[in-house]
Design a protein around this ligand. Structure first.
Ligand code: TYC
Length: 162
């Protein structure tokens, strides 16, 4: 769960200390009894009350141990992933038909659309094949360049942020 700190109440730990105060007086009383009487049973009985008080004051810590920190569910901050354009660069050697084939096979274009984009790259130097998330764009660039090298063509495919 996403939480954010919304309030820090100013409760000092020492404010919980008064719980130990009665125990301290009982402790003094025990010493007093120890000095006054030599009867060990009386002292032991009083000591067990003292031990009980100390333990109970310790339990208080578990009742509210958030130290004044209140939490509230935070609204998830959603952001669209950045997009990348996959582009093809013109060159003088790659056959036009090969570029059309690439556009149809790897960018799902019709023959008509692929011809149009290829001619645009041919005349203007660069053209966009599609826009994708980073992972998909990287994969497209990789397979297009790999396929071109496999067929001994210098066609260059790359990507840039939208
Ligand atoms: N200019 C290339 C030629 O005349 C064709 C071509 C088009 C090459 C697009 C690359 O990305 C390209 N054969």
């Amino acid at each position: 769960m996403l939480v954010k700190k919304v309030q820090q109440r100013n409760v000092k730990t020492w404010l919980k200390a008064p719980a130990l105060l009665p125990a301290f007086f009982v402790f003094l009383f025990v010493i007093y009894l120890g000095l006054k009487y030599t009867n060990i049973d009386t002292i032991l009985n009083t000591q067990s009350i003292f031990v009980y008080l100390v333990i109970m004051s310790d339990f208080d810590r578990f009742k509210d141990n958030d130290d004044g920190l209140a939490v509230q569910e935070a609204k998830p901050k959603l952001k669209r992933p950045p997009l990348y354009k996959v582009i093809l660069l013109n060159d003088d050697f790659t056959p036009m038909d090969f570029v059309i084939e690439i556009l149809m096979d790897f960018f799902a274009m019709t023959e008509q659309k692929a011809t149009q984009v290829m001619l645009q790259i041919h005349t203007q130097g660069v053209g966009v094949c599609g826009t994708y998330s980073k992972d998909v764009a990287e994969t497209k660039v990789y397979i297009v360049n790999d396929y071109s090298r496999e067929h001994q063509h210098p066609l260059m495919c790359s990507m840039e942020a939208v």
